[in-house]
Design a protein around this ligand. Structure first.
Ligand code: ATP
Ligand code: MG
Ligand code: MG
Length: 350
């Protein structure tokens, strides 16, 4: 069989490797030292920095195709392996998604709507960036943010003092606060021949910047905006010549879907697809990067709920396991820190 290389050792890699194993592939995980939960389920592992060119080239040579489960893998070192092995999705997608200003500009150039935003490269530019979008707004580091990390809210003039440091002391954007009625994401898979398939959009509830729940059906508001959002997401994926699973997050506002951000990978709001869709996001990512026919994406239950297990939720496992509607997923993390995703549970109602 062939070997799939995955850059990144988190739960997304673990679930990708599980889907790959079902289709007869072996996975080789490449990740820096840390709590690499994908390592337990992979056939081979490399522990090395993402910019270790010797290790990276040895990894690429040992794989038949390379993908990633973590969007902040540095792009420049990866350029040295694209001649050795096919890398899907293309690095251009990583490059765009790693930069919040670039991704919003990319989407706007294709006709998508985003919140107003302004860049501040250094501390002295922060007041002008905030003034450009108005208060309330959210400051977000341009690079490396996830789960609401690297963000701070400006609700009043007084919050401007110290905001640069509070946000992380890195180049940032000020983004106008959107008063949305709901959040959703479009998750699609795009094959090597350009074919695109979409999963139904769930309604996503975030608590403290972290996804807490995804629910289907999403309700009339999101359903009425899903097609516009799909067209936008498909235009972005096609412009990137994308292969694999691609996610675009949206705010459902009264004026239509506002694009929030891209994830060039499988997404937490698509975990429900493991049990709730004909083919999961993980399997369809593997199918796409391996050049196999894409699987059907229909929702196969009347109602689906995915709940993230965050921090120390361990005392609830027995109750979840006793529920016949529930499918428990635990990621095998060594440490359950506050705010850390340690698993999820998907409940299907027929
Ligand atoms: P992820 O883990 O999804 O990559 P992230 O750290 O990149 O998260 P965002 O998706 O930009 O952060 O923001 C996290 C959440 O914060 C959003 O899902 C939304 O609930 C809220 N949020 C972000 N931007 C805005 C905004 N402009 N107006 C209102 N709420 C926002
Ligand atoms: Mg993000
Ligand atoms: Mg997000």
């Amino acid at each position: 069989g062939s070997t799939i290389g995955i850059l990144g050792g988190g739960q997304l890699g673990r679930m990708l490797a599980t889907a790959a194993a079902q289709l007869g592939y072996r996975c080789h995980i490449y990740a820096p030292p840390g709590d690499n939960v994908a390592f337990d389920v992979a056939a081979a592992n490399t522990v090395a920095a993402y910019d270790d060119l010797v290790a990276l080239k040895a990894f690429a040579t040992a794989c038949d195709v390379v993908t990633f489960e973590f969007e902040n893998v540095p792009v420049t070192p990866l350029e040295s392996i694209t001649g050795l092995v096919p890398v899907y999705p293309p690095l251009k997608a990583l490059e765009v998604a790693q930069d919040r200003a670039a991704e919003k500009q990319f989407v706007r150039a294709l006709g998508g709507k985003t919140a107003e935003f302004a860049v501040a490269q250094d501390e002295s530019a922060v007041p002008a960036a905030i003034a450009a979008v108005g208060i309330p707004c959210i400051l977000k580091t341009i690079r490396m943010g996830y789960d609401g990390k690297g963000q701070s809210r400006i609700m009043a003039d007084a919050d401007i003092t110290g905001a640069w440091e509070r946000t992380g002391g890195l180049p940032l954007i000020a983004e106008a606060m959107v008063s949305f009625d709901a959040e959703f994401s479009v998750i699609l898979t795009r094959g090597q021949n350009g074919e695109i398939r979409f999963w139904d959009s769930s309604q996503n509830l975030h608590v403290g910047g972290i996804l807490a729940k995804s629910t289907l059906p999403s309700g009339p508001l999101i359903e009425s905006q899903q097609q516009t959002a799909r067209d936008m997401a498909a235009a972005v994926a096609s412009a990137l010549d994308y292969v694999g699973v691609f996610t675009a997050e949206f705010f459902a506002s009264t004026t239509g879907p506002l694009f929030n951000e891209i994830a060039p990978r499988v997404h937490n709001s698509g975990h429900w697809t493991i049990e709730g869709a004909a083919t999961s996001q993980f399997e369809n990512h593997i199918r796409a990067i391996c050049g196999l026919p894409l699987g059907a994406t229909e929702t196969i239950a009347a109602r689906v709920e995915m709940e993230n297990l965050i921090g120390a939720d361990g005392d609830r496992f027995e109750q979840i396991l006793a529920d016949p509607a529930a499918h428990l997923h635990l990621y095998g993390k060594a440490e359950a820190r506050p705010g850390r995703k340690i698993g999820h549970v998907t409940r299907l109602y027929r």
